[in-house]
Design a protein around this ligand. Structure first.
Ligand code: SAH
Length: 663
């Protein structure tokens, strides 16, 4: 499914070397067995790409397939020499039974969930383990018909060692079992039958297993008995379909990665421009997309030249820089904050371990940096072609009077009879493009950056003129520019490139599902869905009920840490709040499909907080109508959330010259 995955054989060898042998499992029989069993055939197919990860994985019936190392460790502890008769309790996926099957003469394995037992049976038969026998039943009672056993291994944790299992051990036989009086936290114990009534017991390690449920184990959890009641309210339905998680660091993102599938464009939203949780979870998702799905570009709702500073730093490119300070424009906290800095540090470390051609790019999609972009184009031309630089300088001079207030430019052109600079900025761009063709610079990074800056100047020039007429036309120009930049990034980096976007919900959530559409506005998410096949884009929206947010009270104002008031009763946010869950992922496309989508499809209010937050006029300033399941493919919820922390001067002291947030 993923083209960047190494072959399974290679992963399996690596797993045995790095996870099993390196940690001290030395039995040649165990190592050989684990080199042979195709573990990818024992996990749910959608988790195949994670089969050789150093962790347990979820399987059906809320059970787990144990971490490979634990399987190796437990089987080694059985002290097998080959050819024995072995009993396993807790077949689960069937993986450990297959490993045992590589070593033992006969393997008997029991599983209490019928569905797991039958799936494991089919897998073991498929792989030719005819001497591995699977039974559905309560393993705490053992399998007396085939006793005694040379070894017994229990893959679930019980309150004590079941007496039936002790009795079914051969003299000299070993039983390895997790035991503990708290469900979930156990000691791994080895019992050796030294005589008819004599047993020696050793404690091997601290472990954590799913509960051993049965007559001589724990009682079945009560909720397994009555079927769940049908959801009554929409919030109950959302709670039922949601994937709650404990923390941003621990959330299991594998199901999300599976849903993202082969998408080439993943758009990650945010409901404010100043919420720490949104940044941190987007960073985690992005890291996984880079590491597991080969994503090559991170693009943010930031200006091209500012984001380029981050890019040069994370890819360690030495590019001469202008005198201006990056991310100095209002709202500075949007990118110059601790969460972004932490991600930037991670990306640099990730990149530096790789050759230049494999490093992940960081790019900006926005167009507010008219003057920094002019500066960048001129610098480029100064180095390449001083004559062309002189001409461009002359053409761009038309915009210089508006350096500090580009919006004033639009007013001056439209009402003051000031000459439009449109022709001039377009000529600079056209000259550059002609140069590219003439010199065959299609793959030249420096050229690409200069071209993007020239395009930005042209886009911004139009944007500021359009702004004078009202917001709709300028909004459309801005999102069209973001989309064109995204497309050019993908084209420049070739057919294998994949992009993650960090931008506000109002840019990434499909505009056709909101009020924006009626106003004649489109956005980045809509353009992506229109231009690429549906499976190519995956849009994730983010929301919150209450907490704090970094925002200003008016455009250009100081950053404040403002209280976010609890959501309105008629909003999607309230539906999420009423689930009673703190945080969750809510897949809207799959797998719950129609019922959830149907129930959520009646338009409700949704809240958008930007760089300005005015709780006093919240309904008018921040709420709009939307159809959430059409807007996003997935929705992420944080009931309570906190403001981002801007980077302080103090924190930046001593940062290297190339640090993008340097002062
Ligand atoms: N060896 C497995 C690990 C599965 S986890 C593997 O490699 O995938 C433990 C399994 O024990 C679960 O599938 C659980 O359903 C099962 N189990 C728990 N109590 C049991 C019991 N009393 N009898 C049989 N199986 C049990």
């Amino acid at each position: 499914m993923n083209t960047v995955q190494p072959a399974f054989e290679q992963l399996r060898e690596q797993m045995v070397d790095r996870q099993i042998r390196a940690r001290g499992v030395t039995s040649p029989l165990v190592l050989r067995a684990m080199r042979r069993v195709r573990r990818e055939g024992y996990v749910p197919s959608y988790l195949g790409e994670f089969a050789y990860e150093d962790s347990p994985l979820p399987i059906e019936e809320e059970q787990t397939i144990s971490q490979p190392y634990i399987v190796g460790f437990m089987i080694e502890a059985l002290g097998l020499r080959g050819g024995e008769k072995v009993l396993e309790i807790g077949t689960g996926s069937g993986y450990a039974a297959a490993v045992l099957g590589e070593i033992a003469g006969e393997v008997y394995t029991i599983e209490r969930h019928e569905k797991l037992a039958s799936t494991a049976k089919a897998r073991l038969a498929r792989d030719g383990y005819r001497h591995v026998h699977v039974r559905h039943g309560d393993g705490t009672l053992g399998w007396p018909e085939h006793a005694p056993f040379d070894a017994i291994v229990v893959a679930a944790g019980g309150p004590q060692v079941p007496e039936s299992l002790r009795r079914q051990l051969a003299i000299g036989g070993r039983l390895v079992i997790p035991v503990g009086d708290v469900q979930g936290l156990q000691a791994l114990v080895r019992v050796t039958r030294t005589g008819a009534d004599e047993f020696a017991e050793e404690r091997l390690a601290d472990v954590r297993f799913v509960p051993l449920v049965g007559v001589e184990g724990w009682h079945a959890p009560a909720r397994e008995v009555p079927p769940r009641p049908r959801p009554s309210s929409i919030s109950t339905l959302v709670a039922d379909c949601a994937e709650p998680f404990a923390s941003i660091d621990l959330v299991d993102l594998r199901p999300l990665l599976h849903r993202i599938g082969d998408a080439r464009i993943v758009l990650l939203g945010e409901a404010t421009h100043g919420t720490s949780e949104f940044y941190r979870l987007r960073a985690r998702i992005t890291r996984e997309l880079i590491e597991h799905k080969g994503f090559t570009i991170v693009a943010a709702e930031a200006d091209w030249p500012d984001a380029a500073r981050i890019d040069h730093y994370v890819r360690d490119r030495s590019v001469p820089r202008g005198e201006w300070q990056a991310f100095a424009r209002f709202p500075t906290w949007m990118w110059r904050n601790r969460d972004v800095a932490a991600f930037v540090d991670w990306l640099r470390t990730h990149n530096l371990a790789r050759p230049a051609a494999q490093r992940v790019r960081f790019a900006g999609l926005d167009l507010y940096s008219m003057h920094n972009s002019i500066d960048a184009v001129l610098r480029y031309l100064d180095g390449e072609d001083p004559a062309a630089a002189a001409v461009a300088r002359h053409r761009y001079a038309c915009l210089t009077p508006y350096q500090s207030d580009p919006a004033e430019y639009g007013r001056a052109v439209l009402t003051g009879g000031y000459r439009s600079c449109e022709t001039g900025v377009l000529h600079v761009l056209e000259d550059l493009l002609r140069q590219r063709l003439a010199q065959g610079r299609e793959q030249d990074e420096h050229f690409f950056e200069a071209e993007q800056n020239a395009r930005l100047v042209a886009g911004a020039e139009r944007y500021y003129r359009a702004m004078y007429y009202g917001s709709h036309e300028s909004w459309n120009l801005r999102d069209r520019h973001m989309f064109d930049t995204l497309r050019r990034l993908l084209a420049f980096h070739g057919p294998k490139s994949r992009i993650v976007v960090w931008a506000h919900n109002s840019h990434v959530g499909d505009a056709t599902a909101t009020e924006m559409s009626a106003r004649g506005e489109w956005n980045l998410g809509e353009l992506c869905r229109q231009d690429f096949a549906r499976s190519v884009t995956y849009v994730v929206g983010f929301g919150t009920d209450h907490g704090t947010v970094a925002a200003a009270s008016y455009w250009g104002g100081e950053m404040e840490r403002k209280v976010v008031v609890p959501s309105r009763a008629d909003s999607y946010e309230r539906v999420c709040h009423d689930t009673g869950l703190e945080r969750f992922l809510l897949p809207l496309r799959t797998p719950h499909g129609s019922e959830l989508r149907g129930r959520l499809a009646h338009a409700r209010l949704e809240r958008a907080i930007g760089v300005i937050y005015r709780p006093e006029t919240e309904r008018a300033s921040h709420y709009f109508h939307a159809v959430l399941p059409d807007q996003f493919d997935e929705y992420v919820w944080f009931d309570r959330s906190e403001a981002v922390e801007p980077l302080t001067t103090h924190e930046l002291a001593g940062a290297p010259e190339t640090y993008p947030f340097g002062l």
